[in-house]
Design a protein around this ligand. Structure first.
Ligand code: ADP
Ligand code: ADP
Length: 222
């Protein structure tokens, strides 16, 4: 089932002469694991931010084309530090639901589910500023999935982590897709670590989407 459709989308940041997205056409289907990659500056983050409407609603700028799809989209960024707002892990995961005024019992249940899925029971009372990079990223993921979004965009979630921790985070992302059915858009600059996880590859070059297809076809395309 289609959950997002982008048609002839061109986008300019404010005061920019050059489009950050140049005539993008794209359909996202429920349950897909999409790997979005390309060199730095090719437009990956901008495209990722189209899904949760940060672009253009927050940045402004000029947009042409159409975006169909109303599903709310959760985002996890490269630097989890900037995403963590509360002093303790459990509070952080509960924060979004608390803000929505969700009933206490329901919130507790949701937070427990997140802690179990992420295997974070042992650190639930830890101070967020004392966490390792990987634990911070897991907390940011927990806080995002607690909100119940069906689509998650991960913007270079492993680029500040050591290889072992990066692998652990990628495994969690894969399990979110396999076991819980989340639609995943994973943005990465390097693909060697995550190529095998995706069922679809989007490759950007200079604001354009130049490949959209299966990983095995990408190998031949290169
Ligand atoms: P990537 O994620 O592939 O590194 P980005 O989407 O961050 O690429 O950037 C695409 C282009 O848009 C780049 O030329 C970048 O400099 C520009 N850009 C990104 N964010 C902004 C912004 N807030 N204002 C102006 N230009 C931006
Ligand atoms: P990301 O890893 O998300 O691509 P970047 O390091 O590219 O992050 O950018 C960090 C922040 O700076 C983002 O909010 C991005 O939109 C903004 N930014 C990137 N390029 C530009 C630019 N040319 N002008 C203004 N802001 C920019």
């Amino acid at each position: 089932m289609e959950i997002f459709k982008i048609q002839d989308l061109t986008y300019y940041y404010p005061n920019s002469e050059k489009p950050a997205l140049d005539n993008i056409n794209l359909t996202i289907n429920e349950g897909e694991f999409i790997l979005l990659f390309g060199e730095s500056g090719s437009g990956k983050s901008t495209l990722g931010r189209v899904f949760n409407k940060i672009v253009p609603e927050f940045y402004g700028g000029k947009i042409k084309g159409k975006i169909h799809g109303n599903e709310e989209v959760g985002m996890v960024f490269q630097d989890p530090e900037r995403q963590l707002l509360m002093d303790r892990v459990e509070r952080e995961i509960a924060f979004g639901l608390e803000n929505l005024g969700v009933e206490h019992e329901i919130m507790k249940k949701k937070v427990m589910e997140c802690l179990s899925f992420l295997n974070m029971w042992d650190i639930k009372d830890k101070k967020t500023y004392e966490l390792s990079g990987g634990q911070k990223q897991k907390t940011a993921i927990g806080a995002t999935i607690a909100m119940g979004y069906k689509i998650l965009v991960f913007d270079e979630p492993t680029s500040q982590l050591d290889p072992v921790t990066a692998e652990e985070i990628l495994n969690i992302i894969k399990r979110l897709n396999d076991e819980l059915g989340y639609t995943i858009i994973l943005i990465e600059q390097r693909i060697d670590r995550c190529f095998h996880l995706a069922d679809r590859i989007l490759f950007m070059e200079d604001a354009r989407l130049v490949f959209d297809g299966k990983p095995k076809d990408f190998v031949f395309w290169c």
